[in-house]
Design a protein around this ligand. Sequence first.
Ligand code: HEM
Length: 448
Amino acid sequence: MPVSLVDRVEAVPLRRVLAGLARGGPLGLVEEVGERARGAVVRLELGPFRPLLVTHPDHLRYVLRDGVRNYVRGAALWDALGRLTGRGIAGEGPGWLASRDILCQGMSGGYLRRSGAGMAASIDQAVEELASRAGQRPVDAVAGMTRLVHRVINPVFFGSRIGVEQCDRLGADVATALDALLWRMAMPFVPHRVPLPGDRAFLRATRAINRTLLPVIDAARREDRGGTDLMSGLLRGRGADGQPLSDEHVSQDIVALFVAGSESSALTLTWAWAVLARHPAVMAEVRREADQVLAGGPPRPEHARELVFTQQVMAEVMRLYSMAWAVPRVARKDDQVGGVPVPAGTTLVLSPYLTHRLAEFWPDPLRFDPRRFDKPAVRARHPMAYLPFGDGAHQCVGQAFFALESVLVLATVLSRYDVRVYGDPRPRLAVALPPCDRLGLTLTPRGR
Ligand code: HEM
């Protein structure tokens, strides 16, 4: 299908950017720009940084699929992140391909079928631990979901090589390093030799990450237990030169997995509770389905397929709270997107968050409605109008894993506990979309 030409480029000048910031904060500004553009390519005039914002599904198909060879990770935004996540799975080229092959295999359907029972058991335990903390007083939902996610990903990422407390510490160090990078991401034109706030915190956090990870990698390499976890896979893997991946490469890939998989999963689950609290009838229907499918027992991987409404709820949560609010790419050569000239070196910012709010594809876009994911509605929609996990060469390797994890978490919790949510904050713009204020959560046994 040819790319439909939404052939105007709107410029958003700096003064309008600043006025928008004052009105709705950074996320309000992003939403306002997306709403005005209605799918057109928009040039953001951010001082010396002038990226093109791309949100129309036809244009996304072009950048992520048909024209993918011309649009790569690179330039300033990825350079900042690359200081933390290296040039393996979070990069491009041979290093990325080597990691991608290993991780795709490590997270394949076959792997999920083999290890699904272990994963469901981790979820069972993690939910009980959450309930024991959140029984009397509200726990912070982000912290609670982060702990839960760490308990589920720990065996998948590391086998049984690190304890859950160590996994929590590693997650916290990665989050600190990522926060510290925000300055560099916001000002990608500042050279790395010029100090910025956050630099020291970044250095401290990356040292702590290395202190945790490098000895574990070293020991794992010597042991070689033939595990099916992702770290074992990376240690067994080979680069394009046929040599094993270096310790640094493996370590940075593990950090990249935390960056890509841990925070986004924890925050998406956090928003799921916020949304369910706002829609008690939907929460009741998810519970009805959980009662029917789990029938009072522990979660099992095969339940996920039957939790159809719960899957739809999660899909709609990910439409409205799409952690990937900005997915940057850089044009290698001169090109056009939707009729708009794209000179070589231009940064394109794709925004699934904004695509998911285009009224042309999502009538009444801000309304929460899981039925948008009924099969006929999905079939009738533009296939690139929904891409919470990206698309094309870099499509998320953890998509099937999260799909399984999230529906089993919702069903397990609601089949056993009454959930109360305290607070109703808006998301805040960061690397992902955390709540701008505290969201509390209590779990009390049902019927009490
Ligand atoms: C709600 C949960 C998640 C969301 C919303 C999400 C979203 C995304 C998106 C949008 C991309 C594409 C980035 C790009 O095109 O540059 C991506 C890539 C990736 N995701 Fe996820 N993800 C989630 C969970 C996970 C999990 C659980 C894992 C690991 C187990 C994971 C691992 C990765 C990796 C390794 C990549 C890079 C793939 C590549 O560049 O080839 N993600 N994710």
